[in-house]
Ligand binder design. Sequence first.
Ligand code: ZN
Length: 156
Amino acid sequence: MCLLFGKETKAQSNQEPIDYLYRQMDRTYKGSCHCGTVRFEADIDLKAGTFKCNCEICTKTRMWGAIVKPEAFRLLAGKSALVEYRPDKIHHLFCKHCGVRPFAWGEDPGLGGKFYAVRVNCLDNVEVEELLEAPVAYFDGANDDYQSAPAETRHL
Ligand SMILES: [Zn+2]
């Protein structure tokens, strides 16, 4: 069960000092599944942080996410192709044609209610440099500890 949202995190980053103004700006990204049936837009500030987690479902699906509020997420196409898998409180969605899971959603009081977890690896117009510079917070979800990073993160 992955409950990593809304918890205080320890971001691990070796990036250079961030330009203050840029940090405040969300950028609108386009994202999609592999076959293109599911398409979305999301306003994300990648420099505000992304996350990875070592719980079982995050490990098996290689989750690398960014959290956004509902008003920052717009599903453009493919709603009827999305299948929901719900082993925990998160609505895990995948495309029934290609199996790619571009995003999930859930509700967490710590995040002010509903949120979307966008997989940054499904963004189509993101620059590699943006991903390299995005801070990554690691969660030890395997031990239900969302306050701490796991001892080992290199495989995530
Ligand atoms: Zn697809």
